[in-house]
Design a protein around this ligand. Structure first.
Ligand SMILES: Cc1ncc(COP(=O)(O)O)c(C=O)c1O
Length: 366
C-alpha cells in the first residue's frame, strides 16, 4: 500500500517559500557553513581535504562517537546514521512490522510515524495526548489498547506539534508496558535537548530499554536541517543489522561533507542546544503577549519542550490560518495537517524571524 500524501509537507511546499513570515517551522534558527567551521580550529582544512567517495553505511565512526557522547549512555557501535529523520522511520517500519501487526502511536504527531506503519499493512491505534491534561496521555488507556498482536509502540517526545514532554511517571509506564509485552518501542526524540527546564529531560529511551530505538536528527535541536542527517540508537544488534541491510536499498551511505560538519557541530552540542532553547524561550514569551492581545481568540498550554506550540483558535483553524496568511502574510499550520481536529494551529518558536512575524500580528483583530 502506498502512503497517503504527507499533508504538512504539501502545505509547506505550497506556502513556505512565498509567505512573508513563516511562523510554523519546526526547525530552529540555522547556522552557515562558515559558522559551523568557526566552531573548531582546523575545521576548514578538514573540510577542504575531505575525499568525496562513498562512506560507511552505518555512519562515520567519529560521527557516531560524537552522537553517543551527547547523552553518554550508548556506545558508537549502537548507533546507525541515516539521511535525515524520515529514512530511519521508513526503514524501521519496513523491517519491524508485518501486514496485520498492531501498532500503537502517540498522537498527534509527525505523519510518517503512523502513515508508514499503515502503508506497511499494520493496524494503527492512536494513543491520544489530551489537551485538558496539559497534553499528557492517559497511561491506563495505553494498557487498554494492547492487543495480542501488538508489535510496536511509537512515541514522539518532545512532541510535534504540541510542545509537550511526557512526564517522568508516564515515561516509566511506557517503558514498563513495552517491556511487559515485548514490544519494539520507537521513540522519536528529535526535539530532545530543547526542554525549557533541563531537569525535565527524560532519559534516552534506547538507553533504558533493550528493544527501544531512539531517533535523533541534526535538523531540530541543532538547527542544521540542510545536513540531512538522522540516527537511530539501539541496543539490539540484530535490529541494527536489519536496519543496515534495508538502508542498502535507499541512501546506502550518508554524504561525507554532512558527516564532517555534524561531527564538528556535535563537539559543541551543549552550546548549540542552549542557543536553540534560548530562542524558543524568548519566542514563547512573545507569543504569550500575542495571546494576551488576541481578546480570547487564541489560547495555549504553554509548550515545555521542543521548538513549537499548539495554540487553540476560536472557530476553524483552517479558516484562521488562511485569513492570517492572506491579511498579514503570516504562515501558521492548521491542525487538520496533523490529523488533529480543526481547532489548533502549530506555532514555530525556534526562529529569530518570529519576532517580525508577531509584529505583523500585534494589535491586529485576530
Ligand atoms: C517528530 C519529527 N520526526 C522526524 C522528523 C524528520 O526530521 P528531518 O527533517 O531531519 O528529516 C521531523 C521533522 O519535522 C519531526 O518533526
Amino acid at each position: 500500500m502506498r502512503p497517503a500524501d504527507f499533508a504538512l509537507e504539501r502545505y509547506l511546499a505550497q506556502h513556505e517559500f512565498s509567505a512573508k513570515h513563516v511562523a510554523c517551522a519546526s526547525d530552529p534558527e540555522t547556522l552557515s557553513v562558515a559558522e559551523v567551521l568557526a566552531l573548531e580550529p582546523g575545521a576548514q582544512e578538514r573540510l577542504l581535504s575531505l575525499r568525496l567517495g562513498y562512506t560507511e553505511t552505518q555512519g562515520h565512526p567519529a560521527l557516531r562517537q560524537a552522537i553517543a557522547a551527547q547523552d553518554g549512555v550508548m556506545r558508537a557501535e549502537q548507533i546507525v546514521v541515516f539521511c535525515g529523520g524520515g529514512e530511519p522511520i521508513f526503514v524501521f517500519m519496513q523491517v519491524a512490522l508485518n501486514p496485520g501487526d498492531h501498532v500503537i502511536v502517540l498522537k498527534p504527531t509527525y505523519q510518517s510515524l503512523h502513515e508508514i506503519a499503515r502503508s506497511v499493512g499494520a493496524h494503527v491505534s492512536p494513543w491520544s495526548l489530551r489537551e485538558e491534561a496539559g497534553w499528557q496521555p492517559d497511561p491506563d488507556e495505553l494498557t487498554r489498547l494492547i492487543r495480542p498482536n501488538t508489535r510496536a509502540l511509537i512515541v514522539n517526545t518532545p512532541n510535534n506539534p504540541t510542545g509537550a514532554l511526557l512526564s517522568h511517571e508516564v515515561f516509566e509506564r511506557v517503558v514498563a508496558v513495552a517491556r511487559q509485552h515485548g514490544l519494539w518501542l520507537f521513540a522519536d526524540e528529535v526535539y530532545r535537548g530543547v526542554e525549557q527546564d533541563p531537569a525535565a529531560r527524560l532519559p534516552l529511551v534506547a538507553g533504558v530499554y533493550e528493544r527501544a530505538l531512539s531517533l535523533g536528527v541534526m535538523a531540530k535541536t541543532y538547527g542544521l536541517a540542510g545536513l540531512r542527517l538522522g540516527w537511530l540508537s539501539c541496543q539490539d544488534a540484530e535490529m541494527r543489522e536489519r536496519l543496515l541491510r534495508f538502508k542498502d536499498y535507499l541512501s546506502i551511505c550518508n554524504p561525507a561533507p554532512s558527516e564532517l560538519l555534524a561531527t564538528i557541530a556535535l563537539a559543541h552540542g551543549t552550546e548549540l542546544r542552549e542557543r536553540t532553547r534560548k530562542i524558543v524561550a524568548d519566542n514563547v514569551a512573545l507569543f504569550d503577549e500575542v495571546i494576551a492581545t488576541s481578546r480570547g481568540r487564541l489560547r495555549w498550554f504553554r509548550p515545555v519542550a521542543g521548538t513549537m506550540g499548539f495554540a487553540r483558535v476560536d472557530g476553524s483553524a483552517t479558516a484562521f490560518a488562511a485569513d492570517v496568511l492572506a491579511r498579514h502574510g503570516v504562515l501558521f499550520a492548521p491542525s487538520p495537517l496533523f490529523d488533529a481536529g480543526d481547532e489548533h494551529v502549530r506555532v514555530g518558536l525556534g526562529r529569530l524571524s518570529f519576532r517580525a512575524a508577531m509584529c505583523a500580528l500585534f494589535g491586529q483583530s485576530l
